[in-house]
Design a protein around this ligand. Structure first.
Ligand code: 4AD
Ligand code: MG
Length: 477
C-alpha cells in the first residue's frame, strides 16, 4: 500500500478508504493512543489502537522513537487538537528503540543539551520546525533570483585566493602533515602539492561571481563558505552558507534596493509557506522571553517582528552619520559601551550596530560609505579619497546580516588599493583582467544564510539553525 505523509493525511477527509503511514513514535498513552511524527510537518498523527485486538508483545515495543508503519481508516477525532485520527488495523514495527537508552524524553530539553546530540535533535519539535523553515528560506532564495533574471553560478570551493584578504583560511593540502617537502628557505613547498600551489577552502565566491557578472550580467552564488576565525559567538560559524548576488551596471544605491527587496522576499515567502512552524516558534520564543526579567524582554513577538520588517522601509544612513549618532548616544555618554565611540574611523562593534537598530531607529538599517581602511580592497573608492562605497544591512537581534559594496572598476585604482594592503596584483591577474577588458560599474553583496534563518526562526544561537554546526573546537557528526 502506498505510504502517505502525515501532512497530507491531516488534510484528508475521513472516509472508508484505507491509508498507510510510517514514522517515529513520539508518545504512546494508555496503551491506546500513539502520537506519530514523520517529519513532514510539526503535528503528530494520532493513531488509535484497539489493544484487545493486538499482540501484547508487539505493543510493548511501541516505545518513544521506535519506527512503525500503521494502516487503517481516518475517522473524525473525538479528542482535542486534531480533526482526524487513524484507527489502526495493522501495525508493523520497523525499528525498535530502547527507551532506557534513547536520550530524548517527551519533555523539554535545553538547546545546549540538544547540541550535544545533534544527530537526534531534528526529531524534536523545535529542530524539526527550524529545519523546515530553513528549507523554505533556501527555496525562497532561488525563487527570488530566478524570477529576477539572475543566473545561479557555481563558484569553486577550493581556491588559491583569499577574497576577503582577512587571512582566515582553512588550508587544503595532500602533503603529509609530518615532514612535508620544503623549499630552499625552509618553507613548506606547496609547488609539490596536489594543485602545485597553496590552496584553501573559499571564504567567499565573490571574486569569481564578479567574473560571472561581467559576462552574464546578473548572477548569484549560494554555497558553503569557510572561515577559520576564532569567534565563539552566537553569530559565527566556521562553515556557513552564503548567498552572493553580483550585478553588472548596478551602483551602490541599486545594490541597497536589491538587498532590501531580497531580504523582504525571503521573509514574505516563509511567512506564507511555513505558517505552522513559525506559529510554533513564535510561541516557543514567547515562553522563553517570559522567563527573562521584564526590561530584557523583546518588545515584539516573532511573527509581529517579521511582519514589521516586511512592511517598513530600511533606514539608510552613512557611516559618518551613524558615528555622530553613536557618539552622542546615552550609552556612549555614560560609558556603557565596551568599545567607546570616540573617533571617526573606528570599526563598528555589534553593540554599536544593535544600538542603532534596536534602540535608536527600531528598524533594520543600511549603513553605507564606510572608511576605506576598515573594508576590503575591492570596494569602490569615493571622491573624498577616504571612504568606500560599502554597505552593511543591520537587523534587530542579529546585527550585520548583509555585507556588500559597489566594486572598484577602475584598473589602476584597484591595483593601488591591492598594493596598499599587501596583495600581489600578479596573484589576482585574472580578477584584474575584467577591469582591462570592458570594465563597467558593478555591485554585489553577501547574505549570511544562517543569520537570516536565525532572524526568521527567532533562534538565539546560530548553532541551532544549521543541522551540524562547525565552530572552534567542534566538528562532530
Ligand atoms: O561581510 P562579509 O565578510 O562579506 C563578504 O564575504 C563579501 N565577499 C560579500 C559580497 O560582497 N559578495 O560576509 C557576508 C555576510 C555577513 O554579512 C554575515 O551575514 C555572513 O556573511 N557571515 C557569517 N555568517 C556566519 N558565520 C560567520 N563566521 C560569518 N561571517 C560572515
Ligand atoms: Mg562584513
Amino acid at each position: 500500500m502506498p505510504q502517505q505523509a502525515i501532512r497530507e493525511l491531516l488534510r484528508t477527509a475521513p472516509s472508508d478508504q484505507k491509508h498507510a503511514v510510517s514514522g517515529w513514535v513520539r508518545t504512546f498513552r494508555s496503551n491506546r493512543f500513539i502520537a506519530l511524527n514523520d517529519g513532514s510537518c510539526l503535528e503528530n498523527l494520532q493513531c488509535v489502537v484497539d489493544f484487545d485486538a493486538m499482540d501484547d508483545a508487539l505493543l510493548k515495543r511501541v516505545t518513544t522513537s521506535a519506527c512503525i508503519e500503521v494502516s487503517g481508516r481516518l475517522v473524525p477525532s473525538v479528542g482535542k487538537g486534531q480533526s482526524v485520527e487513524l484507527l489502526v488495523e495493522s501495525l508493523i514495527l520497523l525499528g525498535d528503540s530502547n527507551p532506557e537508552e534513547y536520550p530524548l524524553q517527551p519533555k523539554k530539553h535545553s538547546l545546549e543539551f540538544l547540541r550535544e546530540i545533534a544527530h537526534l535533535r531534528m526529531r524534536t519539535n523545535t529542530f524539526g520546525a527550524v529545519m523546515r523553515v530553513r528549507h523554505h528560506a533556501a527555496f525562497a532564495v532561488h525563487r527570488f533570483f530566478n524570477e529576477s533574471g539572475f543566473f545561479y553560478l557555481h563558484t569553486p570551493i577550493i581556491t588559491a585566493s583569499d577574497a576577503e584578504g582577512a587571512g582566515e583560511l582553512f588550508r587544503v593540502t595532500t602533503l603529509p602533515a609530518q615532514n612535508p617537502p620544503l623549499t630552499e628557505n625552509g618553507d613548506v613547498d606547496f609547488g609539490q602539492d596536489f594543485f602545485s600551489n597553496a590552496t584553501n577552502l573559499t571564504v567567499s565566491g565573490q571574486l569569481e561571481g564578479e567574473l560571472g557578472a561581467m559576462a552574464l550580467g546578473k548572477v548569484y552564488t549560494f554555497g558553503p563558505t569557510f572561515r577559520a576565525e576564532n569567534s565563539n559567538t552566537t553569530r559565527h560559524l566556521a562553515e556557513f552558507w552564503m548567498i552572493e548576488p553580483e550585478m553588472a551596471f548596478y551602483d551602490l544605491s541599486m545594490n541597497m534596493d536589491l538587498a532590501e527587496e531580497f531580504c523582504k522576499s525571503i521573509i514574505a515567502y516563509v511567512l506564507q509557506h511555513a505558517k505552522e512552524d513559525l506559529a510554533f516558534l513564535d510561541q516557543r520564543l514567547t515562553e522563553e522571553e517570559s522567563l527573562k526579567p521584564k526590561e530584557q524582554r523583546a518588545e515584539q513577538g516573532l511573527l509581529e517582528k517579521l511582519q514589521f520588517v516586511l512592511e517598513n522601509p530600511f533606514v539608510r544612513l552613512t557611516y559618518t552619520e551613524a558615528i555622530a549618532i553613536l557618539k552622542a548616544s546615552k550609552p556612549n555618554q555614560k560609558g556603557q559601551f565596551k568599545y567607546p565611540v570616540d573617533a571617526w574611523g573606528i570599526d563598528l562593534q555589534s553593540e554599536h550596530e544593535r544600538y542603532l537598530v534596536e534602540k535608536h531607529f527600531k528598524a533594520p538599517v543600511i549603513l553605507f560609505d564606510y572608511p576605506a581602511n576598515i573594508k576590503a580592497f575591492y570596494m569602490r573608492l569615493n571622491e573624498d579619497g577616504k571612504t568606500v562605497r560599502a554597505m552593511d544591512v543591520l537587523f534587530p537581534g542579529i546585527g550585520e546580516i548583509v555585507g556588500g559594496s559597489q566594486r572598484e572598476e577602475r584598473h589602476d585604482v584597484l591595483v593601488e588599493k591591492m598594493k596598499a594592503v599587501g596583495i600581489d596584483p600578479a596573484h589576482l591577474s585574472w580578477y584584474l583582467d575584467t577591469r582591462k577588458f570592458g570594465t563597467c560599474i558593478h555591485s554585489g553583496f553577501g547574505l549570511g544564510f544562517e543569520r537570516m534563518v536565525q532572524f526568521v526562526t527567532g533562534m538565539g544561537n546560530i548553532r541551532d539553525v544549521i543541522p551540524f554546526p562547525r565552530t572552534p573546537g567542534k566538528a562532530e557528526f
